[in-house]
Design a protein around this ligand. Structure first.
Ligand code: ATP
Ligand code: MG
Ligand code: MG
Length: 549
């Protein structure tokens, strides 16, 4: 099977171990920036980083890449921790890049002392103007040849808060004609008089990603630093800083990020939907976040399985969201109890069943897992069935209910439709049927064979419920080219609320998030918006892939 062959990252690690490169063991890290909730793309990175360490006896750190005080919040830190744990992974250490601010500052001082970094007074616009283009060299800044002493003094004054935001930056002194634009004297530090969610007002200068990430990796002894493809152009700089600082040589490897159809994944766009109230929050069940998937009824196992199936590539591609849906269906088929719920009720009266009588039927919970046993489902004279399961003029192969037709009520009896009544608007008001007493499920001696089985609930026992039907977030398959107006492409059918569904009474005991299959309908779970007198169910996924292409 595919899982037996190694992916290219596992091959690299295996070769490194075989070569005796890391006798202390391998170390990976998952480095989220706490500027939003984790999404399914992060799950891929989590599964990869933790999976590599698990497979090769190593360890994984959870490191918050919190070097940008503008966008980071403790709320996000907490959600990230709970999401990683929920996915089933245990980190060796909980770390924060902000804990390294002093050490990173000292690294900068050491590069300045070696003549490899300088303070530049140019504005952001001036720096951009001198950067050159990929095909033409840049121009040296007029501040490039400041003395080591002057640079040390200025950098110290930057830290001291002597200058306003944007007045100065610290840059690496590399090569303004380098073919790789990232090597043209990249920024190392900028001034931001902004409090940080952990360090408060301790700092007013903050290191750039390129001067924090590799340094953090190195300090932690990370052996394999895995990131997404767009960082491959940063790798020469990653190596340059580590070489010049003469610190532990972490290595960066790149893999293709997960792109998923019919959704967006950038945290900026997810935040935009939250702020514009296009969705109810980060965990609105239509969102691609881990918290939304969990609320919607996805299991951690199904997400890990999805990440395993999509594999690891070196080139970007778009994964169809139906694969994610396939993975949750597959898992829930094994673990979800089958129950009955009627979404669009129409009344069915069993005319030959005694009025006021209740019969406790025993119905199996999950045919895929007999160990789950049976539950009691009350049966009575008045039931609700699905409106679509009755037709006044049924076509030939309609194996459900219509005048004169017979059908089995799931777990109960075969019935024959004798009569129906219409409302003034022509819709069906109620259906009258007679049951065949010898046809009880499990002890049927009637000798009658029917082709169809329909679900039902007993009216005096049923619980009224709200059901939220979710569908794909966007109507476009590939949203990667869309700008901020992507919200125009939100699927108007992404949320449909049914407020008059009826579920069987066993669901009074449902717990939030626990999966059930509403037979013939799909997989559902109780939402956290539920109240004892108002149950709310989320549709996790339909039984079959019904998305019309
Ligand atoms: P976004 O653009 O969604 O904000 P990001 O890369 O800025 O994502 P980080 O918090 O910095 O978000 O990401 C933490 C880790 O998760 C990084 O190593 C990043 O490469 C990885 N990651 C982010 N998005 C994806 C994705 N779609 N597929 C795989 N890995 C991802
Ligand atoms: Mg990032
Ligand atoms: Mg980002």
């Amino acid at each position: 099977s595919k899982s037996k062959s190694l992916n290219f990252l596992e091959e690299i690690v295996q070769a490194d171990i075989a070569a005796g490169k890391y006798p202390q063991g391998i170390f990976t890290r998952f480095p989220p920036e706490p500027n939003g909730y984790l999404h399914i793309g992060h799950a891929k990175s989590i599964c990869l980083n933790f999976g590599l360490a698990q497979k090769f006896g190593g360890k994984t750190n959870l490191r918050f890449d919190d070097t940008n005080p503008m966008t980071e919040e403790t709320e996000y830190v907490d959600s990230i921790k709970s999401d990683v744990a929920w996915l089933g992974f245990e980190w060796a250490n909980e770390l924060y890049a902000s804990n390294y601010f002093e050490q990173i500052y000292q690294f900068a001082v050491s590069l300045i002392s070696k003549g490899l970094a300088y303070v530049d007074d140019s504005s952001a616009e001036e720096i951009a103007a001198l950067k050159g283009t990929p095909t033409t060299p840049g121009t040296n800044s007029p501040f490039r040849n400041r003395s080591v002493e002057e640079n040390l003094a200025l950098f110290s004054a930057m830290r001291n808060g002597d200058f306003a935001d944007g007045a100065k930056v610290l840059r690496a002194k590399i090569d303004m004609a380098h073919p790789n634009m990232h090597m043209r004297d990249p920024l190392m530090y900028r001034i931001r008089h902004v409090p940080h969610h952990r360090t408060g007002n301790q700092w007013c200068i903050y290191p750039m990603y390129d001067f924090a990430h590799g340094q953090s990796d190195s300090m932690e002894g990370i052996t394999h630093s895995i990131c997404t493809l767009e960082f491959d152009v940063h790798r020469p700089l990653y190596d340059w800083f580590i070489n010049k600082l003469e610190i532990f040589p972490s290595h960066q490897y790149e893999f293709a990020r997960l792109n998923l159809s019919h959704t967006v994944m950038s945290k900026r766009k997810l935040l935009q939907m939250v702020n514009e109230k296009v969705v109810s929050g980060w965990d609105d069940p239509r969102m691609p976040t881990i918290s939304a998937l969990r609320r919607r009824g996805y299991t951690a196992a199904s997400i890990r399985n999805f990440c395993e199936r999509i594999g690891v590539a070196k080139r970007d591609n778009l994964i169809d969201i139906s694969l994610l849906e396939f993975c949750i269906r597959e898992d829930l088929n094994k673990i979800a109890d089958r129950v009955m719920a009627v979404m669009d009720p129409v009344k069915l009266i069993i005319t030959n069943y005694p009025e006021g009588q209740t019969e406790d039927l025993l119905v199996e919970n999950n045919p895929e897992d007999p160990e789950t046993g049976k539950r009691v489902v009350p049966f009575s004279r008045e039931l609700y069935i699905e409106r679509e399961d009755f037709m006044v003029e049924p076509p030939k192969k309609f194996f459900r209910l219509g005048p004169g037709l017979q059908v089995r009520l799931k777990g109960a009896y075969i019935i024959t439709c004798d009569h129906f009544e219409l409302n003034t608007d022509g819709s069906v008001k109620e259906i009258h049927a007679s049951y065949i007493p010898e046809s009880k499920s499990g002890q049927d001696t009637s000798g009658i064979h029917v082709k169809g089985t329909i679900h039902w609930v007993s009216i005096p026992h049923a619980i009224q419920a709200e059901v939220r039907l979710f569908d794909r977030l966007l109507i476009v398959e590939d949203a990667s080219e869309l700008g901020d107006d992507f919200v125009k492409f939100i699927n108007p059918e992404s949320l449909n609320i049914i407020d008059n569904a009826f579920v069987e009474p066993s669901l009074a005991q449902a717990t939030i998030g626990e999966a059930v299959q509403f037979i013939r309908k799909g997989y559902y779970c109780l939402d956290r918006d539920s109240k004892p007198d108002h149950l709310v169910f989320n549709r996790t996924v339909t039984l079959k892939d019904t998305w019309a292409k």
